[in-house]
Ligand binder design. Structure first.
Ligand code: FES
Ligand code: MG
Length: 581
């Protein structure tokens, strides 16, 4: 038995041990049927016999701009699979295009995870290349890989090029919100706004700010599922197709070595991923996904872990919305390997990754070329990326991103202005007679996992137009929604339990005093217990959805602090192999 560089045993499995052998290798009538049907597509026996079958789970679609290059990349992945002596099989999965899918892609992350799991389980595949990148596709595919526990490598879509307007770089999301506010305040013209629209998304690839996509691919790489440095390569860079081919090759070796997702995702790897997430100033959405992924690996994991790590790890990546630059700049400055090398004293370097080496070995030669963009530990962009807040408004926790908020709200008491749902808010927020001051605390409810449904990205509540015109650019806002990773502001998100199931957020009334203390990590409504009990008794839930996917969703979705998985998909039981009759 050979050893790899880490001293880990590198077994080579026999062909007869592979899953696909049951479909293609045995001598019976069923296998005859499978083989003759492959031949129907023009394959020769030598194309598959004795080879691992690699399923390429491709989340391409005609309406996903972030994955527009995935048709081509899938061919480049196949090239690597053929070269390494594997048999590629492309299996399309739901694309979850963040800008277009309504009401929110988060309603469908678990659907992708479930679809991918069943695609893998029902087909003759031995190993996987997971092609994703647009927000929910990364966790959705990795959740499936963890549940099936077949050897898997993740092929990230890569960030799109920097946006451009009048020679100034534009960032996905962040600059749309920024210039929309400027347009509403009357400081840019309609024509200038159109120019922003024409320049903000210049190539295929995922959002190039530190949104959910860049956060999740950095997390997936640090967990060990992406080839070293792969997540930082811009989608339009020629290194990106080379990465695709390398992924295909490595997937074949992973099968022979039998290196599986749950060998990679240990508690140490999850902690490393959270450290990197904090150092990137990553998206709050990632916190929900990390909890869900860890639970799929059977790891006990609590939201509080984010807070412990956030206090230890400062923000090092000077990338918007917490910082100034974009992912393309981050790549030129040394990329994720550079960031991991700055963070090395805080990382568990023994964790195994998908190339068969440890994280420590992968970052040995890594360098940072621009310390203004990837800071050293003693010159951070901000002290803390995320905070987990608790109190009588959010007994199971809520999330805040202090690095993207005006510090004046870190200790704040103000009267609540409550919106019962999104439409209620939309009908009032632009009115000149809205009774609101900069000290008010805007509250949106019925925007959680059940209430939204699917916990839409409504958490960056729009500021009242009346206050925007006065120059106000941030207010304290609270909801059970999520917020786009490219958003910013003093927003408290993921309030758990959510209002739609009777969480305390359901009981707040306009005028109640709300008190936030970020340092103490507390958020409370200053209403006495007798009054809260009276309100609780009077509270009525809305009727659940009557049919279809949303009915199933509402019946099985977990709360935000538990990762929003379906209750029946959690845990790390062994995959049940299908009967082949
Ligand atoms: Fe796909 Fe932002 S829209 S990553
Ligand atoms: Mg997003």
């Amino acid at each position: 038995m050979a050893l790899n560089e880490t001293g880990r045993e590198k077994p080579r499995r026999a062909y007869e041990e592979l899953r696909s052998y049951r479909w293609l290798g045995v001598k019976d009538l069923r296998a005859f049927g499978h083989r003759s049907r492959l031949m129907q597509m023009g394959y020769a026996k030598s194309d598959w016999a004795g080879k691992p079958v690699i399923g390429i789970l491709n989340t391409w679609s005609d309406i996903n701009p972030c994955h527009a290059h995935f048709k081509l990349r899938a061919e480049e992945v196949k090239r690597g699979i053929w070269q390494a002596g594997g048999f590629p099989l492309e299996l399309p999965a739901i694309s979850l295009s963040e800008p277009f899918v309504k009401p929110t892609t988060m309603l469908y992350r678990n659907l992708l995870a479930m679809e991918a799991e069943e695609l893998i389980r029902s087909h003759p595949v031995d190993g996987l290349v997971l092609m994703g990148g647009c927000d929910k596709t990364t966790p959705g595919l990795i959740m499936a890989a963890l549940s099936t526990n077949l050897p898997a490598i993740f092929m990230p879509a890569g960030p799109m090029l920097r946006g451009n307007w009048h020679g100034k770089p534009l960032g996905s999301g962040s600059d749309s919100w920024k210039y929309w506010a400027e347009l509403k305040a009357g400081t840019i013209t309609e024509r200038e706004w159109e120019e922003v629209e024409e320049g903000i998304a210049r190539s295929f690839g995922h959002c190039m700010t530190m949104g959910t996509a860049s956060s999740m691919t950095a997390i997936a790489e640090t967990m060990g599922f992406i080839l070293p440095g792969g997540s930082s390569i811009p989608a339009a860079d020629a290194n990106h197709p080379r990465l695709a081919t390398a992924c295909g090759k490595r997937a074949v070796e992973l099968v022979w070595e039998d290196l599986k997702p749950r060998d990679i995702l240990t508690t140490g790897a999850v902690d490393n991923a959270i450290r990197v997430h904090m150092a990137m100033g990553g998206s709050t959405n990632a916190m929900v996904h990390v909890v869900a992924m860890a639970r799929r690996a059977g790891l006990p994991f609590r939201l509080e872990r984010f807070d412990v790590i956030a206090r230890e790890v400062p923000v090092l990546a000077d990338v918007r919305p917490s910082g100034r630059f974009l992912m393309e700049d981050f790549y030129y400055a040394g990329g994720l390997l550079g960031l991991q090398s700055q963070l090395a004293p805080l990382l568990d370097k023994a964790c195994l990754t998908v190339n068969g080496k440890t994280l420590g070995q992968n970052i040995e030669a890594a360098k940072v070329y621009d310390e203004a963009i990837i800071r050293p530990l003693d010159k951070p962009v901000a002290r803390e990326a995320c905070a987990i807040i608790k109190g009588n408004l959010c007994p199971d926790g809520a999330v805040m991103k202090p690095s993207a908020a005006d510090p004046r709200f870190f200790k704040h008491t103000g009267p609540a202005l409550v919106f019962d749902d999104y439409n209620h808010m939309a009908s009032l927020i632009d009115r000149d007679d809205l009774e609101v001051t900069p000290d008010h605390v805007l509250i949106l409810r019925n925007a959680g996992p059940v209430g939204g449904p699917g916990m839409p990205e409504w958490g960056m509540l729009p500021l009242p137009t009346k206050l925007l015109k006065q120059g106000v650019r941030d207010m304290l806002r609270i909801s059970d929604a999520r917020m786009s990773g490219t958003s910013y502001g003093a927003c408290i998100l993921h309030v758990s339990p959510e209002s739609a199931i009777g969480g305390p957020l359901a009981l707040v009334q306009t005028g109640d005093l709300i008190r936030l203390d970020v340092e103490a990590r507390t958020l409370d409504m200053l209403v006495d217990e007798a009054e809260l009990t009276r309100r609780r008794l009077a509270w009525q839930p809305k009727p659940p959805p009557a049919r279809g996917y949303e009915k199933m969703f509402a019946a099985h979705i977990r709360q935000a602090h538990e990762g929003c998985d379906f209750d029946y998909l959690e845990g790390a039981e062994a995959m049940v192999e299908p009967e082949i009759h």
